[in-house]
Design a protein around this ligand. Structure first.
Ligand SMILES: *[C@@H]1O[C@H](CO)[C@@H](O)[C@H](O)[C@H]1NC(C)=O
Ligand SMILES: *[C@@H]1O[C@H](CO)[C@@H](O)[C@H](O)[C@H]1NC(C)=O
Ligand SMILES: [Zn+2]
Length: 492
């Protein structure tokens, strides 16, 4: 038995030496091949191909330059103001139109002053992906509110154009810069997006601004003749729309607080806007005794304080109502916000008891039933105060929007895209992108009447908006654009 063993041992040794030589040969060959291959690419090129993948020149540097440029297009000297159909709004629209064309889109203005940029993709009869935000601003605005959503979408499409992917989009993509979201000029929000969603009543054309110019006139002045018929034609066919996506600054402090550049929005608070007109008896400040006055200014003051009290303590009146359970009260208490932001008096002179005082009311909450309960309680107590003071109070509803729940599938696609973007930027897998509610209204609210909607929020400094102090970090602008690129890639 020993001999065959020795023989086989010898054979094994021989085989083993042969295999070692082969292994060394293969190793040398591999080293040669890999050295040869990498000398063609070079380590610098590897870095730059990674950088190219991030498109910082387009998504960050150029996007920021555009935000700053657009932020200078204003109707006012020294601060930013662009209202519906103003001269600056038109200049802004024309500027954005150039950027749309730069991204390879076909552009047009519609009868409501919305600017559209569309790319048909591989199948022009497939459902369209709409991406948008608004080009109007508040008075003394920041440069990111609205503009960021438009510009990040255009930058993302420009990236796809530059890497040859644009033509491979499997559905049409349309970017819309809405003409009115803030509602500053006509005190009625969403003129632009509501027209496209088909929820703008034809009566809206006759709303007038402070100088008596109607919506219809303001469009006509800019050669956008709109009739009731052409307004109805603006409505998109919901069957032709795949979904609506909007990127917007958070306008709140949460993302900054958790240290995350992007967040996915799960819903938008419902809101009610009222105009309250209090009419009293106009008179001489020196001659009408206090006991004989019907002073609408003092009444308005009491009404405003009433509103604040109700909204600070909704539990006080909701708890008496059997319809509201604990979770409704909790969600209302944590989200209910009420504001009087504008007040005007007539004749507004220091030595005259006013004849009339008009003020606005803005009420928002995540819970629609709770918001209605506040409105009910407010009008009840309001009329009691007006009766007691012998003034007449008229409450006019200017805007009413139900809370909107974002589409869960679309939201998870946006969440995936945001995660991909942050991973590409940092090279690391991040924590889960946070999910937030939106207390501010957005065009997505109107668009939710047309199709499913999804929103991405971008961190802004201190949660500050509607102010020139509004600020978004350069890299967060980049992250927003990259997230849209990643989202569009799922439509290739
Ligand atoms: C284009 O989209 C339509 C509508 O969704 C669909 O019926 C059709 O099959 C698509 N065509 C191609 C070539 O994918
Ligand atoms: C509370 O009421 C809301 C709305 O009526 C309902 O959706 C919810 O399930 C209720 N919650 C509980 C704990 O009963
Ligand atoms: Zn906005």
């Amino acid at each position: 038995m020993a001999v065959p063993f020795a023989k086989s041992h010898f054979l094994w040794s021989f085989l083993s030496i042969f295999l070692h030589i082969l292994a060394v040969f293969l190793l040398l060959l591999t080293t040669y091949v890999s050295a040869h291959t990498f000398s063609d690419i070079g380590s610098e090129d590897v870095d730059s191909s990674r950088r190219n993948d991030l498109y910082s020149e387009i998504l960050r540097d150029e996007a920021l330059a555009r935000l700053n440029e657009l932020g200078k297009v204003s109707d006012a000297d020294g601060y930013l103001e662009r209202t519906f159909m103003s001269a600056a709004s038109l200049r802004a629209g024309n500027l954005i139109r150039c950027w749309m064309e730069d991204a390879g889109l076909t552009t047009w203005f519609d009868h409501m002053g919305n600017l559209h940029g569309r790319f048909e993709g591989m199948n022009r009869s497939a459902e369209t992906l709409l991406i948008g935000s608004h080009l109007d601003t508040v008075v003394d605005a920041g440069i990111f509110d609205g503009s960021l959503g438009i510009i990040s979408a255009l930058s993302a499409l420009k990236v796809l154009k530059s890497n040859g992917m644009l033509a491979k989009l499997k559905r049409p993509v349309e970017v819309i810069a809405f003409s009115d979201e803030e509602g500053v000029r006509f005190q009625s929000t969403f003129l632009g997006s509501a027209a496209i969603a088909g929820i703008l009543p034809v009566s809206a054309l006759q709303i007038s601004d402070k100088s008596g110019v109607t919506v219809q006139d303001s469009l006509k002045e800019n050669s956008l003749g709109i009739t009731e018929e052409s307004l109805l034609q603006l409505k998109y066919d919901s069957k032709s729309v795949w979904g609506y996506v909007e990127v917007h600054i958070e306008q709140g402090p949460l993302l900054e607080w958790v240290g995350f550049p992007l967040g996915v929005v799960k819903g938008i608070a419902g809101q009610t806007r009222l105009k309250v007109v209090v009419k009293g008896s106009q008179g001489h400040a020196g001659t009408v005794p206090m006991s004989l006055r019907q002073d609408p200014m003092a009444a308005a003051a009491e009404l405003i304080v009433l509103l604040e009290r109700l909204c600070k303590n909704p539990k006080d009146f909701l708890s008496y109502d059997d319809q509201c359970n604990d979770s409704t009260i909790e969600s209302l208490s944590s989200s209910l916000v009420c504001t009087v932001g504008e007040i005007s008096t007539w004749p507004s002179a220091s030595n005259v008891i006013p004849g009339q005082v008009t003020f606005t009311v803005d009420i928002r909450a995540m819970d629609d039933m709770g918001r209605e309960a506040v409105l009910y309680e407010l009008s009840n107590q309001m009329y009691q105060i007006c009766d007691r003071r012998s003034v007449s109070c008229i409450v006019e509803s200017k805007h009413d929007a139900k809370a909107v729940v974002c589409d869960s599938e679309l939201s998870s696609q946006l969440k995936f895209a945001a995660n991909v973007a942050l991973k590409r930027m940092t090279g690391e897998i991040q924590d889960e992108v946070p999910i937030l509610m939106s207390g501010a209204g957005h065009d997505a609210m109107a668009m939710s009447h047309l199709s499913k909607v999804g929103m991405l929020f971008v961190r802004c400094r201190g949660g500050i908006s509607h102010s020139p102090a509004e600020h978004v970090l350069d890299d967060d602008v980049w992250a927003a654009g990259l997230a849209i690129v990643a989202f569009l890639e799922t439509h290739l």
